[in-house]
Design a protein. Structure first.
Lengths: 222, 222
């Protein structure tokens, strides 16, 4: 499970990192004459995007953990202070899934015999909260941020080694669409959908975003 | 609920739209001398980002719906063809939440009396899948994409009306941090965390991303 979480972060960060910097570079290629401006814009976007994704993900993870702990404390309090009301909520759950009146009573009695078991049940099935891994947020943020940066360098790399944006764009398009296809394939396998269809979708999003950015930038050409 | 979903999309799209184009424009302001290049890069980024977010969100929603329907069909099949194995899975659920052997049997019998109720139970508690709203994906994609674009125009707008990037950047920083704070506040209220703390976090991410983009772009200055 841990290696699959790691893989998910990498693939998500990288496929997003491939898309937006690619579209930005493509868009600028239609509107400016110098590679160095595209490199600067690309590097700035990669820095911005990876920090926004990484730090955003970290804070979201921390928020989720805070939220879980607050609710956990509250459930322990409620089980202590208003056990009858809490038992009623357990019964409502069993009523909703279709158990008979008699069974609702008995099941609620059994669940509430053990306080930890009772609170775990309330957290998961009344509130729909799974216990978050406290170390996951940091690792995940780092993985996603770095993968975004690594992904972003793919579409940008041809602009380092060519003389004009048009030359670079041709290499960038081939290279990036190929990478998007490969990452779309693995991303789809991880999320359990048809990998060929998924790869096509991811590639298509990249191509449409790049095409639109190219068109729009051309309208505002310097 | 529907108006709150709408609000969530708007706030998410807009606070992301404020962050990345802001950082890109700030980064370029430290490295290029002309407003028009920043405007073109910003517009290209906004087009790329809103399409990537919008279309990405739409396809994710469609994938989720496909996945749900495939699993639903499979559960109906399994309940029909291998009812004993499926009943065993219901028992495992009740064992995990802490019911006694005897209660596991009885509860599984009651759940499996009605096929729709049985399948709904398996979908939700064996597979952890909630029925997705089929129209939600399209609406959500549109709302997020457009809000991203609207958010992105805030940090970019000063570059339309000023003569140099440095002038524009000053107005952009004040305007965008203010908007990030306001949107962070509402975003936090929606997700149920302390709104002042949340507003501060969102503003901080924007400021750090913009600062990093500025610093990195300066290193690669044309």
């Amino acid at each position: 499970m841990r290696s699959s979480d790691f893989l998910t972060d990498i693939v998500i960060g990288m496929s997003d990192g491939l898309t937006v910097p690619f579209a930005l570079a493509a868009g600028l290629s239609g509107a400016v004459a110098s590679n160095s401006i595209i490199v600067i814009a690309g590097i700035a976007e990669i820095a911005a995007g990876s920090i926004a994704m990484g730090l955003g993900g970290y804070l979201a993870g921390k928020t989720e953990l805070d939220h879980y702990n607050t609710e956990l404390k509250r459930e322990y309090d409620e089980v202590e202070k208003i056990p009858e009301k809490e038992k009623e909520e357990v019964k409502v759950f069993f009523a909703n899934i279709g158990l008979s009146k008699d069974m609702q009573e008995k099941a609620a009695e059994e669940i509430s015999k053990d306080k930890k078991q009772w609170v775990d049940f309330m957290m998961k099935y009344e509130l729909g909260l799974d216990k978050p891994d406290p170390k996951r947020a940091t690792k995940s943020a780092l993985n996603i941020g770095l993968s975004y940066a690594a992904g972003g360098l793919v579409p940008l790399s041809p602009y380092f080694f060519t003389d004009t944006p048009v030359q670079a764009l041709k290499i960038s398009v081939v290279l990036t669409l190929l990478c998007l296809f490969i990452f779309g394939f693995f991303k789809s396998r991880i999320t359990g959908i048809n990998p060929w269809l998924g790869a096509l979708r991811v590639t298509l999003i990249g191509a449409v975003a790049a095409g639109a950015a190219f068109g729009v930038a051309k309208l505002f050409e310097a």
